[in-house]
Design a protein around this ligand. Structure first.
Ligand code: BGC
Length: 325
């Protein structure tokens, strides 16, 4: 009995304590070491973590971050949600990251958070969607008005006779999409035969776009063209057309060059799409943020390429953007 007590007091307890604290110390050391391995910690706050378009932005950003020895954290809501995205931004400020790259928002709380980040000396860049009055350091992404204008021009060039057009928009309060719509309207307003008859929201999901399109096709029989303004809208539009089977198939114009959209163009289900380059956006944003740390003041606007992609620009699933676009 005495031997047992002796063994517990002098051997088992000290040994357990040694193991516990040793492990803790080792864990902290490991964490510190991995943080020390990187020169900076940047946060990329996405609109929707699993969205394939945003995964391409993440891919480009991570690639450049790795080359520049930056730890890039990709965070945001599972499905698009304004409050959650703002909360994530706030959390990243509290975590005192070295920089934030995020989709610009028109919500006034976004501006307040950009200001808060600046008070903590955390630079902020907008990506994909700008908000120039928020005080952000710079923007990387498509010129959305021009892209919308290009879509309108494409519809003019590719159709004949009277056109009743509907637009499926992701969210009416998203600045990039409003700019695309403005550009589109400005282009088609030059042509009397083309009329925009409805705008419906998809909440940036394929299912939402399918639903909205189906309801529109059901409520009016004169629709001749449909323009899907965000990455998954074109796919949803095609789904609804397949289900509703209208007597004359509308002309479908999409946005982005995700593989599914390219397949649908090759199958003649989508006639054209406006290309954006999300991977380049991710790369460029990280690179410019890094430059900001090296040299101070960056240029305010960095537009990435856009262009119209039709069947003739695709070969074996690969897209070839024409020179000058
Ligand atoms: C837009 C993004 C949006 C995405 C949704 C893209 O066309 O540029 O802002 O999050 O579509 O799938």
């Amino acid at each position: 009995m005495l031997r047992k007590i002796f063994f517990t007091i002098f051997f088992l307890i000290p040994f357990s304590l040694m193991l516990y604290y040793g492990k803790e110390t080792f864990y902290i050391d490991q964490q510190a070491a991995s943080e020390q391995m990187y020169d900076y910690h940047f946060a990329l706050v996405t609109e929707e973590v699993g969205n394939n378009y945003w995964r391409l932005i993440e891919k480009g950003a991570k690639q450049r971050a790795e080359e520049l020895n930056i730890y890039l954290e990709y965070v945001g809501p599972k499905v698009t949600d304004t409050d959650e995205r703002l909360d994530t931004l706030d959390r990243m400020i509290a975590a005192n990251v070295d920089a934030i790259i995020t989709k610009g928002m028109s919500d006034p709380r976004f501006r307040q958070l950009v200001q808060k980040a600046k008070e903590h000396n955390i630079p902020v860049a907008t990506i994909d969607t700008d908000n120039a009055t928020s005080g952000r350091d710079f923007y990387v992404g498509t010129d959305n008005f021009e892209a919308g204008y290009l879509a309108g021009k494409t519809l003019i060039e590719e159709t004949e006779g009277e056109q009743k057009v509907v637009v499926i928009i992701g969210q009416k309060d998203a600045q990039n999409q409003m700019e695309r719509l403005e550009g589109f309207e400005q282009a088609i307003n030059q042509e009397k035969r083309i009329e925009l008859v409805a705008v419906a929201e998809s909440n940036i999901t394929e299912l939402g776009a399918a639903d909205a399109t189906y309801q529109l096709l059901k409520s009016r029989s004169d629709i001749t063209a449909i323009f899907g303004i965000t990455a998954l809208d074109g796919m949803g539009i095609v789904q609804a057309i397949q289900e509703f089977q209208p007597t004359t198939r509308p002309y479908v114009l999409a946005f982005d060059i995700l593989p599914e959209t390219i397949d649908l163009i090759e199958d003649d289900k989508i006639q054209a799409t406006i290309a954006q380059y999300p991977e380049e956006m991710g790369q460029k944003a990280v690179e410019e943020m890094y430059q900001l740390y090296q040299n101070g003041s960056p240029e305010q606007i960095h537009h990435t390429k856009t262009g119209v992609i039709k069947k003739e620009d695709i070969m074996n699933g690969e897209v070839f953007l024409k020179e000058g676009e």
